[in-house]
Design a protein. Structure first.
Lengths: 355, 255
């Protein structure tokens, strides 16, 4: 089809002939495939091998998918470079750990509470720092992250400091306890999928377009009637909420947490996942988390050389794919075709807008 | 007068010792196409920023559609119906043409995250339709799926205008739209602006290009050294000795 025909009749998908049907089929195909991997193939592998090592990697991957997807929301999509994400992950983990071990609250309470407490801290951090831009905001989040780490480490009366917190009960819902490898994985996977789904709905919408506009040119977005400050705070609060949820999952699946789980290096690891996957690309953030967790494990056989191999892979992937494995533009087109719906289809079948 | 859309009174802005805009008063009525011109450094951009809320005035007031908007934030003023473009092209480069325009529509219809999560159908449809309409008005529908950075310079200008139109402006302020365009393109743009105006949009054209302003506007305001030196029809303004002096220097003395 010639795209340059000036009067080519381009019409909204609602008016388009049922060619849209094939697109719908494809959308379900991808969703089903991903759900089949998360809830079919991986559980089958865990049960089949009975390997706790495999289950642990699968759980860790799911937790980091949440962390990477949530950091992508604020850093990739809204363009606020945060290098203190692990601190909010830590706040969520400690909130869940302390609420369950000290107050005996059940998982159904500690999970949302961890998210909300992390989001509250996120809000308090966001209020004064939202006027900062680019690298200045990054340094501020670095400072906050280190502060939170030092508090977790040194407020021994409350957090037990470097000894960490032991005996955190496993995930439990209305009497059903996730005490087997499989059930632990499944519980984490269901929550991770739900988190990614919420982030998907937020970013792949016109609200998401406003977030991207912040990153592109916030002054300009301001003069389009976008309340920039509010949007920045919202994106930071959303990201820290999901970091808190990830923390609660870590606490309840590992039974033990210590401040070292939430150091600066973890923030950088999460950031690397987002960048390697593709800044601003939600599918990329998921792939990045998968890549950065699974690759070092897959390379265990080469022993001490494996971190060199991981580093080299990161270096090369950024060199060869500077926009990440799944660049934002590609990812948005893919999401519009496969998981969401474009509002209109223009010449060449390119979907535009969001439904 | 209820027909007044924008009214500025005694608008003044000092930057340290520099008086960038000094005691400027003017009004724009609904349905007008007004030009604002002045030589480099006359204070056009500062006045623009004062009106749109980017810079707070040192003194004076801005009244838009009967409401005092002095000191309001740019996004609040934009939501009241003041749309703008930028002199040095500021499209969102990594977003598609359609998504660029949709940001203006989101500004107009609201930006709540809940609508993205639940029950956002009507909101999405409104934003989509408004964005499409705006693209149709500037003739960019065929490029709707292209990345904005890949458009030609001239098309990015129209994209900026479409994005401003998507905010449903009652007053559209164009900041030097002809900058960087050749004569043919400028003529096309002038034609486009006239059609836009004929379609019912009130336009304030801040311009350097005299031809564009004189040929299109029914009224011209002239700024020089931060002061308003003339305000009238293009013919009257062109004959005004103060304007000639500001633009051409005191040539008459030498003659």
């Amino acid at each position: 089809m010639d795209v340059n025909v000036p009067d080519a009749r381009l019409m909204p998908a609602t008016l388009a002939p049922p060619a849209a049907f094939s697109g719908r089929g494809r959308r379900f195909a991808w969703t089903l495939l991903l759900l089949a991997v998360a809830f079919g193939a991986v559980p089958a592998a865990i049960v089949g091998t009975g390997s706790s090592y495999l289950a642990q990697i699968a759980i860790t991957t799911m937790i980091f998918v949440i962390l990477s997807a949530s950091l992508n929301h604020v850093t990739g999509t809204a363009g606020l470079l945060s290098i203190g994400h692990a601190a909010f992950y830590g706040i969520g983990a400690y909130a869940a750990a302390l609420l369950s071990t000290k107050l005996g609250l059940p998982f159904i309470v500690t999970l949302p509470a961890a998210g909300l407490i992390a989001a509250l801290f996120g809000f308090l951090v966001a209020l004064p720092t939202m006027r900062l831009v680019s690298i200045y905001f990054a340094v501020a989040t670095l400072g906050i992250g280190e502060m939170i780490y030092v508090i977790l480490l040194n407020w021994v009366d409350f957090t037990r400091g470097p000894m960490g917190i032991r005996g955190i009960p496993p995930i439990e819902l209305f009497g059903w306890q996730a005490d087997t490898l499989l059930s632990r994985y499944l519980a984490v996977a269901v929550i991770a999928v739900a988190c990614v789904w919420v982030l998907h709905r937020l970013t792949h919408s016109y609200y998401g377009n406003a977030l991207r506009a912040l990153r592109e040119d916030d002054q300009c977005a301001d003069s389009m009637g976008i309340n920039v400050e509010r949007l920045k705070i919202e994106s930071f609060v959303v990201a820290t909420f999901f970091a808190g949820i990830a923390g609660a999952l870590l606490a309840h699946t590992s039974a033990y947490i210590a401040p070292d789980n939430f150091r600066f290096m973890e923030s950088i690891l999460i950031l690397a996942m987002v960048v390697v996957g593709g800044l601003g690309s939600l599918p990329g953030a998921v792939v990045g988390a998968l890549f950065m967790i699974v690759l070092p494990e897959a390379l265990r056989d080469i022993g001490d050389y494996r971190m060199i191999a991981v580093g080299a892979t990161m270096f090369l992937s950024i060199l060869l794919l500077p926009k990440g494995m799944l660049a934002e533009g590609t990812a948005l087109g893919f999401v519009r075709r496969s998981f969401s719906r474009g509002w209109a289809t223009i010449a060449g079948g390119t979907p535009v807008g969001w439904k | 007068m209820s027909n007044t859309l924008l009214s500025i009174q005694g608008l003044t802005r000092r930057f340290g010792g520099l008086l960038a805009v000094s005691d400027v008063s003017a009004t724009i009525a609904k349905g007008e196409l007004v030009g604002l011109i002045g030589p480099n450094g006359a204070g056009k951009t500062t006045l623009f920023n004062l009106i749109t809320g980017f810079t707070p005035p040192s003194d004076g007031t801005v009244t838009f559609d009967g409401q005092d908007v002095t000191g309001r934030k740019p996004w609040q003023i934009a939501r009241m119906g003041m749309g703008r473009t930028f002199q040095n092209l500021r499209v969102f480069p990594n977003m598609t043409v359609f998504d660029n325009v949709s940001v203006g529509a989101v500004g107009a219809f609201g930006q709540s995250p809940w609508r993205a999560l639940v029950n956002g159908g009507a909101h999405s449809r409104a934003v989509s339709e408004r964005s499409w309409e705006a693209l149709e008005r500037v003739g960019l529908t065929a490029q709707a799926g292209d990345i904005a950075a890949n458009l030609s310079y001239g098309k990015r200008k129209y994209l900026e205008i479409a994005r401003a139109l998507a905010t449903s402006p009652r007053l559209l302020i164009l900041d030097e739209p002809a900058a960087g365009l050749n004569d043919t393109e400028t003529a096309e743009l002038a034609d486009f602006i006239r059609r836009l105006h004929a379609g019912g949009v009130t336009v304030l054209l801040v311009e350097h290009d005299m031809g564009l302003v004189m040929g299109s506007c029914s009224r011209v305001i002239v700024l020089a050294s931060g002061r308003k030196i003339a305000d009238g029809t293009p013919e009257a303004v062109q004959r005004d000795p103060a304007v000639l002096e500001a633009y051409l220097g005191v040539e008459d003395d030498a003659a």
